[in-house]
Write a new protein. Structure first.
Lengths: 225, 225
DNA sequence: CCTTCCATATTTGTATACAATACGATCCCA
DNA sequence: TGGGATCGTATTGTATACAAATATGGAAGG
């Protein structure tokens, strides 16, 4: 992480996820290099990585811009993610070890605490949630599946909307995770896949609801055209 | 394609696919740069792309090597590809236009001619096959799906084995494509998905059979370890 | 008022130099 | 003989300079 190209990657990525660099903004290498305190070489490398993450797009003339995620794009990504995470859950259930199961349980315990606190701890929720899904992906033991999902998980709009999820939605996530744990404990791949697929699709609708709400309040606006 | 980094990408990729650079071979930037007639800068970029294609792996200390695809890796990739191409076929069926259908029919006509010729024209088959699947992916209209599938389609071992497929296997491919066209003509997403999933999985077993045969004849050898 | 074309400014692509890091062989010392 | 430090070599990381490509703005002409 101390390499300049990694720093550039993280810096640019977080500027995109936070909205500091809005959708459609041009990403000129020189300017980014200055902002990140490195030369253009590592910035170029970071841009290529972000491009393969689909966070950045390039025109046919090689100019880079912050990718513009329409609501359809988000739906598309969730749909694919539901399928792939479902598959991962199935494989994980078939390969589950007791040690991994403990780690998954611990992650959901953290989620439970984050959700039940006086004021919902969204950061804690996201952290536990990431760990929960990361362990499953690890147990699924498919480099390719992991690589594919890696490009789908981080979506700028989703990220910015997360803080507005209702507590009810967060609680339901926790409950679905508990059910997944039961499926894992039984090593029941079909059950795990079904729950996971539904879990992601429900999360999509939670996002869509929150997003619609925010749009109505004028807190966020839909991307132009 | 005339950019140096593109040339480097194509050159290195084809050296890997052809087996000129065998699995496990170290990829030193300087040496590749000389071999490709460009400087290290575009070679570095090409290596990163190949890495995201999973054709190249990097150690924790940043050395690049030709990725080692075990038979399990290939099975894994085919399994994912079956799922994703199935999904693409479903979407394509739901969005099919008459113009696209004509292009798909033309592609399969080319495949038919290649297969039926006196000596099976494998290159023509592969070309038509690529076009067939490319049009479907285009009609499916999901940038993300296309991006994910892009990393799964080219596999070195599969590529090198293709020339040894039996004519029967190629003919069956042609027939399944015809059935897919029927599903597209009916705009029947579920049917298209089912056929496509089966089509890819059958192709996997055709590959596995050919591969096993070649291994027994000592024409190819399994990767070390 | 709109289009076309050109000069200029911006931006990206590539080569190269040098710095930092990793590898491997050798040597030293128990 | 084995383990570990050390140094030379190989390899990668970064900065920078310059070349090539692209965009932009304004003048000329319709």
């Amino acid at each position: 992480m101390s390499r300049a190209s990694d720093r550039a990657y993280e810096a640019i990525r977080s500027m995109i996820l936070s909205g500091e660099l809005p959708a459609g903004a041009q990403l000129a290498e020189e300017a980014l290099a200055e902002k990140c305190g490195v030369s253009r070489t590592p910035v170029r490398e970071a841009l290529r990585r972000l491009e393969s993450d689909l966070l950045v797009t390039r025109t046919d003339t090689q100019r880079s811009f912050v990718a513009d995620w329409s609501i359809d794009d988000v739906a598309d990504a969730f749909e694919l993610r539901a399928m792939l995470e479902g598959k991962a859950a199935r494989r994980a259930a078939e390969r589950m070890t007791d040690a991994a199961l403990d780690r998954i349980r611990a992650a959901n315990r953290q989620i439970g605490e984050a959700v039940r606190g006086a004021s919902a701890d969204v950061v804690g929720f996201l952290e536990g949630n990431r760990e929960f899904h990361a362990v499953i992906l690890e147990v699924a033991a498919s480099r390719r599946l992991a690589a594919l999902l890696g490009t789908l998980v981080e979506q700028p709009v989703v990220w910015r909307t997360a803080h507005h999820y209702s507590r009810e939605a967060l609680l339901r996530s926790f409950g679905e995770h508990e059910e997944l744990i039961a499926a894992f404990a039984r090593r029941d791949g079909a059950w795990a896949e079904a729950i996971m697929t539904g879990h992601i699709l429900r999360a999509y609708h939670a996002y869509a609801d929150a997003h619609r709400g925010l749009a109505e309040q004028g807190i966020i606006r839909e991307a132009a055209e």
